[in-house]
Design a protein around this ligand. Structure first.
Ligand SMILES: Nc1ncnc2c1ncn2[C@@H]1O[C@H](COP(=O)(O)OP(=O)(O)OP(=O)(O)O)[C@@H](O)[C@H]1O
Ligand SMILES: [Mg+2]
Length: 147
């Protein structure tokens, strides 16, 4: 199926860029007139993935995050958040509800669960020492947009 739009953003892994990423994904999709609920789900999922890249992948030393999104002609949004940080050793364990490697920082271990509940699909690929890519999909509209 054809893609009608695509974007790729690269930005520093800094806490202030979590809101930048949220605004960017809203601005990229809003022309299709998704419901406020869909927009809010997207913003939350992007925010969780970007926060993970900031706090877990890079920590103090920082690095780069790449946010990529594409809209297919049937209004499916494909989204990816990529980092080149520490990577995840055991992805299945990391994705379990309440699993966190930062309990001392009062993290709840619910980020991946939130992404899974707000998006239609979430797939994680990761290599220790090389980084992580979180790929997500969500249908933006119940019916295909008029073109
Ligand atoms: N991009 C990443 N790079 C390295 N490790 C990651 C990354 N994303 C997630 N993780 C690992 O997966 C665990 C679970 O992530 P998840 O977002 O579900 O919970 P959390 O970030 O620990 O807590 P919360 O999101 O509730 O604040 C993290 O504690 C971390 O160990
Ligand atoms: Mg998290």
């Amino acid at each position: 199926m054809r893609f009608i739009n695509h974007m790729r953003l690269q930005f520093d892994a800094r806490p202030e860029n979590e809101s930048f990423a949220r605004v960017a994904i809203s601005a990229f999709t809003v022309h299709l007139n998704p419901t406020l609920d869909v927009l809010s789900d997207l913003r939350t999922a992007v925010s969780e993935a970007v926060t993970n890249a900031i706090v877990h992948a890079y920590g103090e030393k920082g690095g780069q995050i790449i946010l990529e999104a594409a809209i297919r002609e049937d209004a499916l949004l494909l989204l990816s958040v990529r980092d080149y940080g520490c990577g995840i050793e055991n992805i299945d364990r990391a994705m379990q509800p309440f699993f966190t490697t930062q309990p001392e920082k009062e993290r709840s271990g619910m980020g991946f669960s939130v992404m899974q509940s707000f998006m239609d699909s979430v797939q994680v690929t990761s290599s220790p020492g090389e980084g992580t890519c979180v790929q997500m999909e969500k249908k933006l509209l119940a019916t295909a947009p008029q073109q």
